[in-house]
Design a protein around this ligand. Structure first.
Ligand code: TMP
Ligand code: MG
Length: 278
């Protein structure tokens, strides 16, 4: 924690304001899912597909080359977001173009997720169930693949009605084969609530001025931009990789930084506290 006093004050204020004023905004990959399990990296929603039987060996190699080039840039603390932005757009555009060439079948996505090593963080059940129980909306903003990540949470049995996902969705032709991606590309630097509210959906969010934000990259911090009349925000950041190099930047940006923590224990403890109005 950079400033424990600020954290304490926000929690007190939010608890007093009550659950009807709260919304949770979360990233998906490496935030709701694990970064590693038993020392082995866990897949992102892109990786789930990239490593699957739906992708040719040649394409797998090309996607891996892209990852090897661009992931180090994504986590490079020496480059600014402005420098990284065009490169991230380049990565996403190239990866999506390759995926479209693979003629992926919609009806096989369920199997691919089932057969993958995707894992939500320990404690995810309590996190999702508790939010549902208290009718707190959970907005998931992801630069990953919407169809894949929805399937991950569906198979985990926690795709509750209070969960809304904002991500890259696949567009299938009439035979169920991937032909393109829908709408505007979402990459790590343009995920934010403002764009959602402009669509006229999610009007109920407008009365929720207190935000609990959970993310794992510095790009996740803008997810709450555009929240209507925001009063308080508490930001929890998972620092999964390149810890020493990035610790200071994370402590400056997030209120609470969780270092190599593969659980939802801290967000859960906070939620239990915020919803305990006795
Ligand atoms: P997010 O967690 O901020 O929504 O970002 C999605 C992650 O997906 C980001 O860390 C980079 C990763 N990614 C891949 O693993 N493979 C890809 O092909 C692309 C475009 C992104
Ligand atoms: Mg992430």
């Amino acid at each position: 924690m950079g400033d424990p006093h600020r954290v304490e004050e926000i929690i007190k204020t939010m608890q007093k304001a009550g659950t009807s004023t709260i919304q949770v905004i979360s990233d998906f990959d490496m935030t709701l899912t694990r970064f590693a399990y038993n020392g082995k990296r866990c897949p992102t929603s892109h990786n789930i597909l990239d490593n699957s039987k739906l992708i040719s060996e040649e394409c797998k190699a090309q996607l891996k080359d892209l990852l090897n080039i661009y992931y180090p840039i994504e986590i490079d603390s020496k480059r600014t977001a402005k420098e990284k932005l065009p490169l991230m757009v380049e990565w996403w555009t190239k990866a999506h173009t390759l995926l479209v060439q693979q003629r992926i079948r919609k009806d096989l996505l369920q199997d691919v997720v089932r057969e993958s090593d995707a894992m939500l963080r320990k404690g995810y059940q309590l996190f999702f169930d508790h939010l549902l129980e208290h009718s707190i909306p959970l907005l998931i903003f992801s630069a990953g693949l919407g169809d894949v990540l929805e399937e991950v949470i569906r198979q985990a049995g926690v795709f509750h009605p209070n969960v809304k996902v904002f991500s890259n969705y696949m567009d299938f032709d009439e035979t169920g084969v991937l032909k393109a991606f829908k709408g505007e590309l979402i990459h790590i630097y343009n995920k934010r609530e403002g764009s959602l509210l402009n669509t006229g959906h999610f009007q109920e969010l407008k009365s929720r001025h207190n935000v609990l934000l959970v993310g794992d990259s510095l790009g996740d911090l803008t997810m709450a931009d555009g929240v209507h009349g925001m009063e308080n925000i508490l930001k929890i950041g998972f620092l999964n990789d390149k810890v020493e190099e990035r610790k200071t930047a994370y402590l400056n940006a997030y209120d609470i930084v969780l270092v190599k923590d593969e659980t939802m224990d801290v967000p859960n403890a906070l939620l239990l506290h915020l919803t305990n109005t006795k």
